[in-house]
Design a protein around this ligand. Structure first.
Ligand SMILES: Cc1cc2nc3c(=O)[nH]c(=O)nc-3n(C[C@H](O)[C@H](O)[C@H](O)COP(=O)(O)OP(=O)(O)OC[C@H]3O[C@@H](n4cnc5c(N)ncnc54)[C@H](O)[C@@H]3O)c2cc1C
Length: 257
């Protein structure tokens, strides 16, 4: 880290690498104490500020899918460029048990890699199921037992990560399950876990503005993702009418997922 003001910690980019065709990972020049599942607000002066999950804490790393103006600006970052960070925010995953399963899709693989590393450090065994539409979009796999799935079968098993996970759930006993990725995927995972009575935590990705629980743009029913989450257990999510069904756009309007 090179500077600190009252709100932002200013880092420099140490290394940039591509993960598949859509995501770039920025490795920064310092540490940020954080838990897997927590997020940081990244500010690009003159462009805007957006939330990104912590992919590693030492050095701090974030993986960014290019979808709009802030993420496009972050994709232009080169070694030595500055990155403004506030946080970490949110609750993060609670690692429970010795034998855990993780289901990840898209850039959700980044916090799950961090979680798998932390789990290993506590002596737990992590089994990851990760998916992407096609081989070109696959993120780097975690350093543990991993089942790779692609929708078109260009790498690993053909089909969704949820299918491979549901099959494993019938054959193995997991103490806890963790999921991060597209909401439809997480809804399937939480549903399967509730049915099989396995504790499950999911990290939600919603349109977020303040990151502090003030603006409620990231509301899911009564919950506010930035303040109450972004990690929720399956029982809590099952009680909301929105999880897995609707999303709110930047104006707060509900849109079907
Ligand atoms: C807790 C949390 C963790 C996140 N972690 C990551 C991460 O690790 N990596 C990553 O790439 N992204 C992550 N996101 C999503 C990321 O914040 C958005 O993709 C980002 O805000 C897009 O900003 P932009 O300026 O590039 O796009 P904009 O120009 O603001 O929008 C481009 C398009 O993306 C849509 N969009 C904006 N925000 C979101 C959102 N939160 N979810 C879905 N669609 C959105 C807009 O409606 C619009 O259609 C996370 C979001 C949350 C809430």
């Amino acid at each position: 880290m090179c500077e600190r003001n009252e709100v932002y910690k200013v880092f420099e980019v140490e290394k940039v690498f591509e993960e598949g065709s859509r995501v770039k990972t920025l490795v920064l020049n310092g540490k940020l104490e954080a838990k897997p599942g927590q997020f940081v607000m990244v500010w690009e002066p003159g462009v805007g500020e957006r939330p990104f999950g912590v992919g590693a804490e030492n050095p701090l790393a974030i993986s960014i899918a290019k979808v709009g103006k802030v993420s496009a600006a972050l994709h232009e970052k080169k070694q030595g460029d500055r990155v403004w960070i506030r946080g970490p925010y949110g609750n993060g995953f609670e690692i429970k048990g010795r034998n855990i399963a993780c289901v990840a899709g898209g850039y959700g693989v980044s916090p799950i890699r961090f979680l798998a590393k932390k789990a290993r450090e506590t002596g737990a065994k992590a089994c990851v199921f990760m998916g992407a539409k096609t081989k070109k979009e696959l993120m780097l796999k975690p350093d543990c037992e991993t089942t790779i799935c692609t929708d078109d079968g260009t790498c690993g098993e053909k089909g969704f990560a949820t299918q491979a996970f549901e099959k494993a759930l019938k054959e193995k006993k997991f103490d806890a399950v963790y999921t991060c990725g597209p909401e439809k995927m997480m809804a399937r995972v939480t549903e399967a876990c509730l049915k099989n009575k396995v504790p499950c935590q999911a990290s939600l990705d919603r349109f977020m503005k303040c990151g502090l629980g003030v603006c409620a743009s990231c509301a899911v029913g009564e919950l506010v993702v930035c303040r109450d989450g972004p990690v929720f257990d399956a029982q809590t999510l099952a009680k909301t009418k929105e999880f897995g069904k609707t999303f709110r756009d930047s104006s707060g309007k509900k849109i079907e997922i």
